[in-house]
Design a protein around this ligand. Structure first.
Ligand SMILES: Nc1ncnc2c1ncn2[C@@H]1O[C@H](COP(=O)(O)OP(=O)(O)O)[C@@H](O)[C@H]1O
Ligand SMILES: CC(C)(COP(=O)(O)O)[C@@H](O)C(=O)NCCC(=O)O
Length: 318
């Protein structure tokens, strides 16, 4: 199994087994109930409270220290610059493959952070709303590249993050529907100066080609204060993807409005073949070519094992 801890002597990371990591939660209280965790988990594979205790409480404690430090820095800058200083949201980027568990992790983290004693306002935005509409993807022959860097409206992503980081109010992010498999025209979520924004998506740690004309074009990650990569062996993610697809076939795909409705009519074997095709032709390719290479850019890497339990954590040294 490809492990995170390298065999070479030097690494920018410190590596922890899940057990050691769990010890760092100290006396951080568990603020989520079993019911709340169940409500949050995606589909029918609930993350259990034990995992929240083992992994997420230490993560919440660490992030709390980081956010507090950035607020202290803000207060010191304000004393320095007077009224000129603007407090802007603390942005946490979260990356990883399709089906690795980003949405589940992001939703749980959001709830835990919002329950800190300072009751920060925490918002969550996913990058799928910034995908190009199917009509454009079809025209540009990109339907088989949905989720690849070139399938997003990168300008809109950068404008969004730039507005958030400038402290603007009521910034709109477009929405995506997994039902219609397309962006939802005219539908937005409005983000109004949260204390913390979790920004989750496949490609959020993606670098870009440097422009030849010398103009400055930022990476999305230039706007992040902290970044997390959710990691697991390819074969595990593959199994989670197929499992989720087959379950959706029994549930959401039954809805006649679902883009995948036709797959709910197919035999199990035929539907599985479709899922395998989507995995190997699109998602696995994207993982290998574009997503996994961004892993070393994250501040924190959570490596999951079977059953979605985190087995190893890597934290960038300061
Ligand atoms: N911690 C977890 N425990 C159990 N199942 C999980 C966990 N995290 C994710 N899953 C399951 O794995 C699949 C992918 O998770 P999801 O959060 O939808 O991934 P992503 O947002 O990365 O595509 C879903 O079926 C979800 O229910
Ligand atoms: C919508 C997604 C690209 C994920 O987007 P993200 O929120 O990470 O930007 C992905 O879930 C997806 O639909 N991929 C296309 C191949 C497939 O149907 O699995």
């Amino acid at each position: 199994m490809d492990q995170l801890a390298p065999t070479v002597k030097y690494s920018p990371y410190r590596f922890f087994s899940a057990e050691r990591w769990a010890g760092f939660r100290a006396d951080t209280p568990l603020t989520l109930s079993e019911d709340e965790v169940q409500r949050l988990s995606s589909l029918y594979d609930p993350i259990d409270l034990d995992e929240v205790r083992r992994i997420y409480l230490s993560m919440s404690r660490l992030l709390s220290a980081h956010v507090e430090a950035s607020q202290l820095l803000y207060r010191q800058r304000k004393a320095f610059f007077g009224d000129e200083a603007t407090k802007t949201p603390y942005i946490i980027g979260m990356a990883g493959s399709v089906a690795v568990g980003k949405s589940t992790t992001a939703r749980i983290l959001k709830e835990l952070l919002a329950r800190w004693p300072s009751t920060p306002k925490v918002d969550l935005v996913t990058t799928d709303g910034f995908l190009l509409p199917n009509e454009v993807l079809r025209r540009e022959n990109l339907m088989e590249r949905k989720g690849f860097p070139d399938s997003y409206d990168v300008g809109a992503l950068l404008r969004f993050l730039s507005a958030i980081k400038s402290g603007e109010r009521d910034v709109r992010a477009p929405l995506y529907s997994h039902l219609t498999y397309d962006v939802m025209p005219g539908e937005y979520i409005t983000i109004d100066r949260p204390d913390i924004l979790i920004f989750e998506g496949l490609n959020v740690l993606q670098p870009r080609d440097l422009p030849k004309d010398g103009k400055f074009v930022p990476f999305l990650s230039d706007f992040f204060d902290f970044s997390i990569y959710i990691d697991a062996d390819e074969e595990l993610i593959h199994a989670w993807y197929i499992k989720r697809f087959m379950r959706l076939r029994e549930t959401a795909f039954r809805n006649p409005e679902s883009f995948f409705h036709r797959y709910s009519q197919l035999s199990e074997e035929a539907a599985r073949a479709i899922a395998e095709g989507l995995w190997s032709n699109i998602n696995l390719k994207n993982l290998r070519e574009n997503i996994l290479p961004t892993r070393p850019r994250a501040d924190l890497i959570l490596r999951k094992g079977p059953d979605h339990r985190v087995v190893e954590v890597a934290l960038r040294k300061l």
